[in-house]
Design a protein around this ligand. Structure first.
Ligand SMILES: Cc1cc2nc3c(=O)[nH]c(=O)nc-3n(C[C@H](O)[C@H](O)[C@H](O)COP(=O)(O)OP(=O)(O)OC[C@H]3O[C@@H](n4cnc5c(N)ncnc54)[C@H](O)[C@@H]3O)c2cc1C
Length: 450
């Protein structure tokens, strides 16, 4: 059994007569739950390692200079100005002591009456340390910004190299993973190559720049309809993306991508969108963790063998007749589970019975480029310009905050009318060594450009 070290309590968390619910993670699930519990008879303490919420579906647009990081990140404190029962702290949660109902964080310890884990997932490198060291993942705003800086600095570098042979590995971009993230990144990078970079770097020949999308399986966008999968591939090929299906990446040394039974590819830019693994924390019992790392919950999202711990979204696996392997790790599942738990916690206040979670699949979509998207609704699939307009509308509506919606709308209008995304800036954080420790606050190290 893991016990939490004697730490001082997190300061300035007020005492309350209400039961305290601690939520770890302010992503789609944690944030929705906190919002729905505003102004109820619970004290809610929301913890996240960042002080902003990240809208992951549009990260690829940050990585490809179409949107600024602030357009897809929303300051959490601003959401809770008028809700006294919600307290936010920027904190990294490390351990849990289930017996004592205590959490250990980098700020100190915190006790709870009920705990909700919604820590999401992180990139899965499937144990390959070389790939982890040299490839660029895209799970957070800072990682997307790193990719933007890397791609732009590559061309600033390539333009000074005398020979095509030297320039080629600097200019090529290889993306691994044929899910929505890989498809969207590949399409957006190909559009930059086709329309933007030749104007910025007239001395470079972009025929020498390959954009390659590698997928281990037999098709892109597994889980979507056959027509959408086929159309996404043909859209990418129209943009000049080389799609390599049934191809396994075996290793990467930062310069050469080794493929199983195929010729290696020279690139210094390998973008890794090939898989995710659920986040966790110390103190969870092994029998509560499934083989793929997701925490096992019942139909009310309660962690198995626990009374007071719940898990939501990407971090949990909840099996039912329709989803014997668990739900897909997508935003709608996280949001709907959070809503259901909030409703149940409100029923609890009235002493009424809880209602089990039932997932309502609203459909899936992915965009490849201008006027090229695929949409699968439960009753119909369609592709092309109408699908693209639907994709734009749905994502604009889903983003938090009127200001962000407006900024994104203007950015998109400018980008699609002028084909000239205006954010091709190389801005790299410069931090002084002696301040580094303070600045990091035990978080993941922020990346400097490249
Ligand atoms: C690039 C990309 C594109 C995507 N596109 C789509 C899409 O188009 N449609 C779709 O439905 N889904 C998409 N997804 C998946 C979707 O974003 C996730 O399913 C969803 O975010 C899951 O919500 P969550 O609340 O479980 O986790 P998250 O939204 O990931 O939130 C987890 C939160 O926990 C915090 N956290 C983690 N560990 C700790 C800790 N120890 N202490 C404190 N805080 C912690 C994190 O900072 C984060 O804020 C995409 C994902 C990615 C990465």
């Amino acid at each position: 059994m893991i016990t939490v070290q004697e730490l001082t309590p997190i300061p300035n968390i007020p005492k309350s007569n209400y039961r305290r619910i601690v939520i770890v993670g302010a992503g789609f699930a944690g944030l929705k739950l906190a919002q729905k519990l505003a102004k109820t008879d619970y004290q809610v303490v929301l913890l996240d390692k960042n002080n902003y919420h990240q809208f992951q579906p549009l990260l690829y647009q940050v990585a490809t200079a179409a949107l600024s990081p602030s357009a897809v990140s929303f300051p959490l404190r601003r959401l809770f100005h008028k809700t006294e029962n919600i307290i936010f702290r920027m904190a990294v949660v490390r351990k849990i002591d289930k017996e004592k109902k205590l959490l250990e964080t980098n700020l100190g310890q915190l006790n709870y009456d009920m705990l909700v884990l919604s820590q999401g997932a992180n990139t899965n490198f499937f144990g390959n340390k070389n790939i982890q060291t040299h490839a660029a993942p895209m799970k957070s705003t800072s990682e997307a910004l790193y990719i933007r800086n890397k791609i732009i600095s590559n061309y600033e570098r390539a333009v000074n190299l005398p020979t095509v042979e030297e320039r080629r590995p600097i200019m090529n971009v290889v993306i691994v993973g044929g899910g929505a993230t890989g498809v969207e990144l590949a399409g957006a990078i190909a559009e930059l190559r086709n329309h933007v970079f030749p104007k910025d770097y007239p001395q470079l020949s972009f025929e020498n720049m390959r954009v390659i999308l590698i997928e281990a399986g037999g098709s892109l966008l597994a889980g979507l309809s056959e027509s959408s999968r086929g159309k996404a591939k043909s859209y990418l090929e129209k943009l000049g993306v080389e799609v390599m299906l049934n191809t396994m990446v075996e290793d990467y040394d930062g310069f050469s991508v080794q493929l199983k039974d195929k010729e290696p590819i020279q690139t210094i830019t390998l973008l890794w969108a090939a898989g995710i693994k659920a986040n966790s924390l110390l103190g969870i019992s092994p029998e509560q963790i499934s083989k793929n790392g997701r925490l096992i919950v019942d139909e009310n999202n309660r962690l198995i063998n626990e009374d007071a711990i719940f898990v939501l979204g990407d971090q949990c696996v909840q099996k039912d007749e329709k989803y014997p392997e668990g739900h897909p790790q997508v935003a709608q599942v996280a949001i709907q589970q959070a809503s259901n738990l909030a409703n149940n916690l409100k029923l609890d206040l009235k002493g009424k019975p809880w209602k089990p979670f039932k997932y309502r699949d609203l459909g899936s979509m992915a965009t490849v480029g201008k006027k090229m998207a695929v949409v699968d609704l439960p009753f119909i699939s369609f592709q092309g310009i109408f699908a693209w307009l639907v994709w734009l509308f749905v994502h604009l509506m889903a983003i938090l905050g009127v200001k962000n919606k407006l900024i994104i709308f203007i950015n998109w209008a400018w980008k699609y009318l002028a084909f000239d995304p205006s954010l091709r800036l190389l801005i790299r954080p410069k931090y002084i060594k002696r301040h580094k420790r303070e600045w990091l606050l035990d978080q993941d190290e922020p990346e400097e450009g490249s």
